[in-house]
Design a protein around this ligand. Sequence first.
Ligand code: PEP
Ligand code: MG
Length: 607
Amino acid sequence: MNTGVTRRLHGIAASPGVAVGTAYVIDRRKVNIHRRHIAAHEVDTEIGRLHSAVAVARQQLQQIRERIAPEASEHSVILDAHLLMLDDALLTDQTVDAIRNELVNAEWALRNTVEKIKELFDNVGDDYFRERRSDVDFVGERVLRQLMGTPTELPRPADLDGPVVLVAHELSPADTAALARSEVLAFVTDGGSSTSHTAIMARALSIPAILGVADATRLIATGDTLIVDGLRGTVTVSPSDADADAAGERGRRYMAFVRSLRSNRDEPTRTRDGVRITLRANIELPAEAPVAIDHGADGIGLYRTEFLYVDRREPPPEDEQYETYRRIVETMAPRTVTLRTFDIGGDKFSTAFRLPKEMNPALGLRAVRLALREREVFRAQLRAMLRAARHGSVRVMVPMISTVSELREARAELERAQHELTSAGIPWAPVPFGIMVETPSAVFMADVLARESAFFSIGTNDLIQYSLATDRGNEHVAHLARSLDPAILRALAAVSQSAAAAGIPCALCGAMAGELLALPLLVGLGVHELSVEPTAVPEIKSALARIDYREAVTLVGEVAMLSTAVEVESLVRARYEHVFSDLLANGEVGTFTETGTFVLPELLAPR
Ligand code: PEP
Ligand code: MG
């Protein structure tokens, strides 16, 4: 029941759905640390306290790791990284040095060390890598709480009085992993981004999440009734009973809508007139592979392997990579898995490499350029991929190719990797070797590149950034970065035609593949292999089933006469808005039958 003043908070809609429930606020961040000078004879005692706190923290993390829920298994990798961080000289040795040299208590020394490590992460543009800064915090805080004797763990499910909406400053991977099995209706956090672990986790578990709600932990109290609207990115505190009822209804409607879309999971993806489209999934973590299958993906169109290189001081060993790739390939078999070699550099940061400080990182030592400088590391990755290829259907692609020479050099490394495996008597299987087309020069040279590649995959996130000269992470120029800009459509047409002329598949794995209004143009342009976020597969499959290929080809012809992004967007919207209306409205169009199933309006149902 509503008792307080209604107030609406805004944040990032990180996982869709609508939940109504009681808030449970976890505010464990307010640990006050006091600086205490210690006498020289106390140094050993303080260092001893630090080591015991680290040992207990390690034990706690190991226990969490053991009882991790299967659906949260990706967190074991993250927890392993946290365990490594605990053993890292950077954290403990620096703290010990501070205790010894500055004669301060262990808590103070540890807090300062954590702040210094975080500074190293500060100037990183990419959200995912910026998240690693929080990991240092989580590990540091766990040890700190141990030192201070304050509880570390979240309440166990049994301590909670029924399902709750968890409100926290930030949730660590250990927190979300421990919570996966408990009854959590939704997550709301002060910090975080749509690429944070909490977001990934919430999406995998289909729990609504709003992140980045400034001051949520201050403005919400345990016991408040909340509406968490993961479709609109809002949190309503103490809503009226009528609003709470309406939101509950929207939540049920959305779930029914998602279920109705997922009912297409075993059907092949086709246009309305029967043209087969291959619809794969983009993944960042191995645990997303089963999610991709569950949503009916035809395979993995992009595995961003650089995520294996974060949180570590050395690149991952070949055997470890092999096991990871093999796990994904076996899970997906007989479907194809597209492994992309690491795309590190630019705004994608990794502690595994010593990257130079660059004036223009996006134009600097990134992806294949870094791979060709760090050839041993590159070949170790290629060997792991070749070994994994024995276990299913694998293709390998190289990011950021900007010259034909780069492709040839990368291929030479692939061949060397094959020789190395053969000489060592290690079994491997050949792989189709393709490239990401995501630089303007690759578009201009697409006809030549197509003759030397097994397939293309267009990376529109970067292609838009480089073609329209709009930094992909800069909100001030975001209005210029439009996927339906005629310049981008011309680039796609050129690439698709070159691929067709050479008889190779042309895929697209940038975010454009998940944009409903871009789909008719992609279909019409002959881009018939698409790859999107795993949970977006049912929606995109449903949208494709409503597009007529011949109509789409005609539309491409009409659009070619237009000069601006706005003109293109208006024309496509005028033609397809009604076709996709339920999808554009996240299921707010459509009706329930008496038996509770959700049906689309006649007009929208795929034929
Ligand atoms: C792209 O650039 O479109 C792409 C898929 O790669 P990433 O987003 O990883 O750069
Ligand atoms: Mg890219």
